[in-house]
Write a protein that binds this ligand. Sequence first.
Ligand code: DG2
Length: 249
Amino acid sequence: MYKIVLMRHGESQWNLENRFTGWVDVDLTEKGRKEAALAGQLLKKQGFVFDLCYTSVLKRAIRTLCIALDELDQLYLPVIKDWRLNERHYGALQGLNKKETAEKFGNEQVMIWRRSYDVPPPALSKESPMWPANQSRYRLEDPELMPLTECLKDTVKRVVPYWENEIVPKIREGKQILITAHGNSLRALIKHLDNISDADIVGLNIPTGTPLVYELDENMKPIKSYYLGDQEAIKNAMAAVAAQGKAGK
Ligand code: DG2
């Protein structure tokens, strides 16, 4: 049996401001840093000792990992950062307030943009400074691979091959792995792991800064999965994520 830990970053500044973030590189809030530290303490209490970590190239996930590793006293670990674990690219919605967007376009449209499997948000133009191909950190990447927008299906197309080709071989070598990433890049991975249908993935919401343990069999099929921490608070945090794109109070 193998065991891995997945974790969404702690609360970011734009999570707090309820803005669509995607590939915009916003940092953690004070609360987000505390969530990351608490996650590290929970992992420590459970005796987790990791060998290798993966994260995105976005600072909210990288910093969450550093803070958690500091609590674990495992800052020595190798960390692989890859854009394939980045958040789903939110296209032209990036920067907009989710509630205001719902007031303008309706709850249903925002729900489709946030959670439908295969309807992408409006795309950026290639002139936009938000197109990753226009940003220095992605300058060595093939511009054709740099998204102008993404639906979850598009995110699955980059996350799952990365999982299969890069991470699974390391798990098979016996390495204990910690992955810190994002709400939707983790939804993409969990959809694959748990074989969740395109329709049912709509209902999956991931709380910030909460370790999610997966126990996997030799075929990488989940035996069980569970969040560490206060289960009632986790349920409430998931419901709060679901409600972020609604108009009104
Ligand atoms: C959020 C997810 O990503 O938003 O891009 O706004 O995990 O990096 O904070 P994260 C964003 P929703 O899809 O839940 O609206």
